[in-house]
Write a protein that binds this ligand. Structure first.
Ligand SMILES: [Zn+2]
Ligand SMILES: [Zn+2]
Length: 289
Protein backbone atom coordinates (compact mmCIF):
# COMPACT_ATOMS: atom_id res chain seq x y z
CA UNK A 1 0.00 0.00 0.00
CA UNK A 2 1.49 3.28 -1.10
CA UNK A 3 -0.35 5.99 0.75
CA UNK A 4 -0.39 6.68 4.46
CA UNK A 5 1.11 3.34 5.27
CA UNK A 6 2.50 4.37 8.61
CA UNK A 7 -0.76 5.68 9.99
CA UNK A 8 -2.88 3.72 12.34
CA UNK A 9 -5.96 3.72 10.15
CA UNK A 10 -9.24 2.08 10.78
CA UNK A 11 -10.71 1.32 7.42
CA UNK A 12 -14.42 1.03 7.12
CA UNK A 13 -15.92 -0.86 4.31
CA UNK A 14 -19.21 -1.68 2.77
CA UNK A 15 -20.10 -4.99 1.25
CA UNK A 16 -22.47 -4.50 -1.61
CA UNK A 17 -25.12 -6.93 -2.66
CA UNK A 18 -22.50 -8.56 -4.87
CA UNK A 19 -20.17 -8.98 -1.90
CA UNK A 20 -17.66 -6.62 -3.44
CA UNK A 21 -15.62 -4.71 -0.94
CA UNK A 22 -15.93 -0.97 -1.40
CA UNK A 23 -13.96 1.27 0.88
CA UNK A 24 -15.99 4.34 1.69
CA UNK A 25 -13.96 6.12 4.26
CA UNK A 26 -11.00 5.94 6.56
CA UNK A 27 -11.00 6.90 10.18
CA UNK A 28 -7.60 8.09 11.30
CA UNK A 29 -6.40 9.73 14.50
CA UNK A 30 -6.68 13.01 12.62
CA UNK A 31 -10.34 12.56 11.80
CA UNK A 32 -12.50 10.94 9.22
CA UNK A 33 -11.12 10.92 5.68
CA UNK A 34 -13.49 10.16 2.86
CA UNK A 35 -12.00 8.14 0.08
CA UNK A 36 -14.64 8.66 -2.57
CA UNK A 37 -12.06 10.19 -4.90
CA UNK A 38 -9.12 8.05 -3.92
CA UNK A 39 -7.78 5.10 -5.76
CA UNK A 40 -9.57 2.34 -3.91
CA UNK A 41 -7.00 -0.24 -4.83
CA UNK A 42 -4.51 1.59 -2.65
CA UNK A 43 -6.62 0.71 0.36
CA UNK A 44 -7.99 -2.61 -0.61
CA UNK A 45 -5.21 -4.79 0.73
CA UNK A 46 -5.02 -2.78 3.88
CA UNK A 47 -8.75 -3.13 4.34
CA UNK A 48 -8.66 -6.85 3.98
CA UNK A 49 -5.56 -7.27 6.13
CA UNK A 50 -6.47 -5.00 8.98
CA UNK A 51 -10.15 -4.24 9.09
CA UNK A 52 -11.53 -7.70 8.66
CA UNK A 53 -8.88 -9.63 10.55
CA UNK A 54 -8.50 -7.17 13.33
CA UNK A 55 -12.19 -7.07 14.12
CA UNK A 56 -13.38 -10.59 13.64
CA UNK A 57 -12.61 -12.77 10.64
CA UNK A 58 -15.35 -12.78 8.08
CA UNK A 59 -17.48 -10.24 9.86
CA UNK A 60 -19.22 -7.63 7.81
CA UNK A 61 -19.73 -4.08 8.91
CA UNK A 62 -22.85 -2.63 7.39
CA UNK A 63 -22.46 0.92 6.27
CA UNK A 64 -25.00 1.99 3.72
CA UNK A 65 -24.74 5.71 3.73
CA UNK A 66 -22.47 8.54 4.62
CA UNK A 67 -24.45 9.21 7.78
CA UNK A 68 -24.03 5.66 8.93
CA UNK A 69 -20.30 5.76 8.35
CA UNK A 70 -20.03 8.97 10.33
CA UNK A 71 -22.16 7.47 13.08
CA UNK A 72 -20.09 4.36 13.13
CA UNK A 73 -16.82 6.25 13.37
CA UNK A 74 -18.14 8.44 16.11
CA UNK A 75 -19.36 5.35 17.89
CA UNK A 76 -15.90 3.85 17.72
CA UNK A 77 -14.42 6.98 19.27
CA UNK A 78 -16.90 7.02 22.09
CA UNK A 79 -17.19 3.26 22.44
CA UNK A 80 -20.93 3.42 21.90
CA UNK A 81 -22.86 1.30 19.46
CA UNK A 82 -24.02 2.97 16.26
CA UNK A 83 -27.09 2.03 14.30
CA UNK A 84 -27.87 1.23 10.74
CA UNK A 85 -31.14 2.55 9.31
CA UNK A 86 -32.95 2.10 6.05
CA UNK A 87 -36.51 3.32 5.35
CA UNK A 88 -38.52 2.56 2.24
CA UNK A 89 -42.20 2.64 1.21
CA UNK A 90 -44.07 -0.66 1.10
CA UNK A 91 -47.52 -2.01 0.45
CA UNK A 92 -50.71 -0.67 -1.09
CA UNK A 93 -50.66 2.62 0.84
CA UNK A 94 -46.88 3.12 0.66
CA UNK A 95 -46.25 3.06 4.39
CA UNK A 96 -42.62 3.74 5.30
CA UNK A 97 -41.09 0.51 6.59
CA UNK A 98 -37.83 0.92 8.49
CA UNK A 99 -35.05 -1.54 9.19
CA UNK A 100 -32.94 -0.56 12.20
CA UNK A 101 -29.89 -2.62 12.97
CA UNK A 102 -26.76 -2.70 15.08
CA UNK A 103 -23.77 -3.07 12.74
CA UNK A 104 -21.73 -4.78 15.44
CA UNK A 105 -24.13 -7.34 16.89
CA UNK A 106 -26.10 -7.60 13.60
CA UNK A 107 -29.34 -7.58 15.59
CA UNK A 108 -32.12 -5.62 13.97
CA UNK A 109 -35.79 -4.91 14.01
CA UNK A 110 -38.30 -4.10 11.35
CA UNK A 111 -40.70 -1.24 12.06
CA UNK A 112 -44.06 -1.34 10.28
CA UNK A 113 -43.72 -4.13 7.72
CA UNK A 114 -46.81 -2.88 5.90
CA UNK A 115 -46.47 -4.94 2.72
CA UNK A 116 -44.03 -6.25 0.12
CA UNK A 117 -42.57 -8.99 2.34
CA UNK A 118 -40.24 -10.14 -0.46
CA UNK A 119 -38.60 -6.72 -0.66
CA UNK A 120 -38.19 -6.54 3.11
CA UNK A 121 -36.75 -10.05 3.30
CA UNK A 122 -34.34 -9.34 0.41
CA UNK A 123 -33.00 -6.31 2.22
CA UNK A 124 -32.59 -8.21 5.48
CA UNK A 125 -30.85 -11.01 3.68
CA UNK A 126 -28.53 -8.69 1.76
CA UNK A 127 -27.62 -6.89 4.97
CA UNK A 128 -27.14 -10.15 6.85
CA UNK A 129 -29.22 -8.96 9.79
CA UNK A 130 -30.87 -11.08 12.44
CA UNK A 131 -34.36 -9.76 13.13
CA UNK A 132 -35.17 -9.80 16.83
CA UNK A 133 -38.57 -8.05 16.69
CA UNK A 134 -41.26 -6.69 14.40
CA UNK A 135 -42.30 -3.41 15.93
CA UNK A 136 -45.45 -1.49 15.05
CA UNK A 137 -46.20 2.19 15.40
CA UNK A 138 -49.92 1.34 15.28
CA UNK A 139 -52.37 -1.17 13.87
CA UNK A 140 -53.79 0.48 10.77
CA UNK A 141 -53.76 -2.14 8.05
CA UNK A 142 -51.08 -0.47 5.94
CA UNK A 143 -48.53 -0.83 8.75
CA UNK A 144 -48.72 -4.59 9.35
CA UNK A 145 -49.92 -6.38 6.23
CA UNK A 146 -46.58 -8.20 5.85
CA UNK A 147 -46.01 -8.88 9.56
CA UNK A 148 -47.27 -12.46 9.32
CA UNK A 149 -45.00 -13.28 6.37
CA UNK A 150 -41.94 -11.70 7.99
CA UNK A 151 -42.64 -13.44 11.28
CA UNK A 152 -42.96 -16.77 9.49
CA UNK A 153 -39.60 -16.31 7.80
CA UNK A 154 -37.63 -14.81 10.68
CA UNK A 155 -39.37 -16.16 13.78
CA UNK A 156 -39.27 -12.64 15.22
CA UNK A 157 -42.02 -11.73 17.71
CA UNK A 158 -44.61 -9.07 16.91
CA UNK A 159 -44.70 -5.99 19.16
CA UNK A 160 -47.67 -3.61 19.47
CA UNK A 161 -49.30 -1.35 22.05
CA UNK A 162 -52.26 -3.17 23.56
CA UNK A 163 -54.64 -0.26 23.00
CA UNK A 164 -54.44 -0.98 19.24
CA UNK A 165 -55.41 -4.63 19.70
CA UNK A 166 -58.98 -3.88 18.53
CA UNK A 167 -57.60 -2.59 15.22
CA UNK A 168 -55.23 -5.53 14.80
CA UNK A 169 -58.12 -7.90 15.46
CA UNK A 170 -60.23 -6.09 12.84
CA UNK A 171 -57.77 -6.33 9.95
CA UNK A 172 -60.36 -7.97 7.73
CA UNK A 173 -62.78 -5.08 8.22
CA UNK A 174 -60.01 -2.54 7.57
CA UNK A 175 -59.02 -4.33 4.36
CA UNK A 176 -62.62 -4.35 3.19
CA UNK A 177 -62.97 -0.64 3.86
CA UNK A 178 -59.80 0.25 1.94
CA UNK A 179 -60.33 -2.33 -0.81
CA UNK A 180 -57.15 -4.23 0.01
CA UNK A 181 -56.95 -8.06 -0.26
CA UNK A 182 -57.13 -9.63 3.20
CA UNK A 183 -54.69 -12.18 4.55
CA UNK A 184 -54.74 -13.16 8.21
CA UNK A 185 -51.89 -12.01 10.46
CA UNK A 186 -50.99 -13.79 13.72
CA UNK A 187 -51.67 -12.12 17.06
CA UNK A 188 -49.03 -9.86 18.61
CA UNK A 189 -46.58 -11.61 20.93
CA UNK A 190 -45.66 -8.67 23.11
CA UNK A 191 -47.47 -5.53 24.32
CA UNK A 192 -45.28 -2.46 24.17
CA UNK A 193 -45.48 0.06 27.00
CA UNK A 194 -44.51 3.70 27.34
CA UNK A 195 -40.77 4.27 27.90
CA UNK A 196 -40.00 0.62 27.26
CA UNK A 197 -36.49 -0.09 26.01
CA UNK A 198 -36.49 -1.82 22.63
CA UNK A 199 -34.57 -5.07 22.05
CA UNK A 200 -31.62 -3.47 20.27
CA UNK A 201 -30.00 -0.22 19.16
CA UNK A 202 -30.86 1.57 22.43
CA UNK A 203 -34.30 2.48 21.14
CA UNK A 204 -37.11 3.58 23.44
CA UNK A 205 -40.83 3.19 22.76
CA UNK A 206 -43.02 6.23 23.46
CA UNK A 207 -46.78 5.96 23.77
CA UNK A 208 -48.16 8.85 21.71
CA UNK A 209 -51.93 8.31 21.39
CA UNK A 210 -54.16 10.34 19.10
CA UNK A 211 -53.92 8.94 15.58
CA UNK A 212 -54.95 5.67 17.22
CA UNK A 213 -55.25 4.89 20.96
CA UNK A 214 -52.12 2.70 20.87
CA UNK A 215 -49.93 4.81 18.57
CA UNK A 216 -46.24 4.61 19.42
CA UNK A 217 -43.16 6.53 18.35
CA UNK A 218 -39.67 5.05 18.62
CA UNK A 219 -36.79 7.25 19.77
CA UNK A 220 -33.06 6.68 19.29
CA UNK A 221 -31.24 9.32 21.30
CA UNK A 222 -27.66 8.93 20.14
CA UNK A 223 -28.26 9.14 16.39
CA UNK A 224 -31.15 11.59 17.07
CA UNK A 225 -33.71 9.60 15.17
CA UNK A 226 -37.47 9.39 15.69
CA UNK A 227 -39.74 6.92 13.97
CA UNK A 228 -43.08 8.69 14.21
CA UNK A 229 -45.51 6.41 12.39
CA UNK A 230 -48.63 8.34 11.40
CA UNK A 231 -48.46 10.67 14.40
CA UNK A 232 -46.30 13.31 12.69
CA UNK A 233 -45.79 13.97 8.98
CA UNK A 234 -43.70 16.56 7.17
CA UNK A 235 -45.82 19.73 7.64
CA UNK A 236 -48.82 17.70 8.72
CA UNK A 237 -50.10 15.25 11.31
CA UNK A 238 -51.96 11.96 11.24
CA UNK A 239 -55.71 11.91 10.74
CA UNK A 240 -57.86 11.51 13.82
CA UNK A 241 -61.19 10.71 12.17
CA UNK A 242 -60.64 6.95 12.04
CA UNK A 243 -61.43 4.38 14.75
CA UNK A 244 -60.34 5.67 18.15
CA UNK A 245 -58.69 8.81 16.73
CA UNK A 246 -58.54 11.79 19.11
CA UNK A 247 -57.35 15.26 18.04
CA UNK A 248 -56.76 16.56 21.60
CA UNK A 249 -54.67 13.47 22.32
CA UNK A 250 -52.51 13.75 19.20
CA UNK A 251 -51.96 17.45 19.88
CA UNK A 252 -50.85 16.62 23.40
CA UNK A 253 -48.61 13.78 22.20
CA UNK A 254 -46.90 15.93 19.60
CA UNK A 255 -46.42 18.98 21.80
CA UNK A 256 -45.42 17.20 24.99
CA UNK A 257 -43.51 14.18 23.71
CA UNK A 258 -42.21 14.98 20.20
CA UNK A 259 -41.61 18.73 20.16
CA UNK A 260 -39.60 18.38 23.36
CA UNK A 261 -37.03 16.14 21.64
CA UNK A 262 -33.78 17.44 20.13
CA UNK A 263 -34.68 19.86 17.33
CA UNK A 264 -32.00 18.39 15.11
CA UNK A 265 -33.55 14.93 15.29
CA UNK A 266 -34.50 13.30 12.01
CA UNK A 267 -38.13 12.18 11.89
CA UNK A 268 -39.04 9.13 9.82
CA UNK A 269 -42.73 9.65 9.10
CA UNK A 270 -45.36 7.01 8.42
CA UNK A 271 -45.81 8.15 4.82
CA UNK A 272 -43.78 10.48 2.63
CA UNK A 273 -40.48 12.25 3.25
CA UNK A 274 -38.44 12.57 6.43
CA UNK A 275 -38.42 15.81 8.35
CA UNK A 276 -36.82 17.15 11.54
CA UNK A 277 -38.32 18.06 14.90
CA UNK A 278 -37.14 21.67 14.56
CA UNK A 279 -38.65 22.09 11.11
CA UNK A 280 -42.02 20.87 12.31
CA UNK A 281 -41.95 23.06 15.43
CA UNK A 282 -41.51 26.05 13.10
CA UNK A 283 -43.28 25.01 9.91
CA UNK A 284 -46.00 22.49 10.73
CA UNK A 285 -49.23 24.16 9.64
CA UNK A 286 -51.43 22.13 12.00
CA UNK A 287 -49.48 21.91 15.26
CA UNK A 288 -46.79 24.53 15.87
CA UNK A 289 -44.35 24.19 18.72
ZN1 LIG B 1 -52.43 5.12 10.41
ZN1 LIG C 1 -50.41 4.81 7.60
Amino acid sequence: MAKNQSHDFDVFRRISLLQQIVVQGIFSPGGFLPVWNSDLSDYRDYCVAHCIDRERPGRKIILESWLNIANYCEAQMTNQPAIFRQSFPVGPLQCNCTIIGDPLTRKAFVVDPGGDPDIIMAKLWALDLQVVALIHTHAHLDHFLASGDIKKQTGAPIHLHEEDKFLWDNLEMQCRMFGVPYRPVPDPDHWLTDDEELPCCEGVAMHTPGHTPGSMCFWFARPKLLIAGDTLFRRSIGRTDLWGGDYKAIERSIKQRLYTLDEEATVVTGHGPDTTIGEEIRENSIIRG
